[in-house]
Design a protein around this ligand. Structure first.
Ligand code: ZN
Ligand code: ZN
Length: 155
């Protein structure tokens, strides 16, 4: 699935504005979207009026499928944080110390290389390509690959 950047929330977006914009972009009525997402039309109505700022897991999954956007985008607008923060982390595999927060400059969208050592920053596990979502662990929770000092393994 390709996600056009138009579907990304902007920082000022509220959940209501964001859902409404994508729904209209997809030319869906509230009824269409509610049916596709498997939620009640009244719940969607409330949501688009800005009366709901939290989504339960079922609604979040339903909406993300129906709108064709990652659940992390919905999570970001609910929390009012930029999507970079929920999309995953970017770390320097050489300088990052497990258990510490990443340098803010690594997280900048345009940063591709570490400002300290010049190593390519890592956003995805090199073992299984899952995004780095937590820095509590020094290993990828999906495949056990170490995030730090990764050597690209060529099988
Ligand atoms: Zn570095
Ligand atoms: Zn992995």
């Amino acid at each position: 699935m390709t996600i056009s950047s138009d579907n990304q929330p902007v920082v000022e977006d509220t959940l209501a504005q964001y859902v409404r914009r994508i729904r209209i972009g997809l030319k869906l009525s509230q009824g269409d979207l509610a049916a596709k997402a498997g939620i009640h039309i009244q719940s969607l109505g409330k949501l688009e009026l800005g009366k709901t700022n939290r989504l339960n897991a079922k609604t979040q999954t339903g909406l993300s499928r129906a709108l064709g956007i990652p659940e992390s985008y919905l999570e970001a607008v609910c929390r009012g944080v930029p999507i970079t923060e929920v999309q995953g982390f970017k770390i320097c595999p050489t300088c990052w110390m497990p258990g510490t927060p990443p340098e803010p400059i690594w997280l900048e969208l345009r940063s591709k290389y570490c400002f300290i050592c010049g190593t390519s920053l890592l956003t995805h596990c090199s073992g299984c390509n899952e995004p780095i979502m937590s820095l509590k662990f020094r290993f990828c929770p999906y495949c056990g690959q170490s995030y730090k000092n990764l050597k690209k393994s060529i099988n």
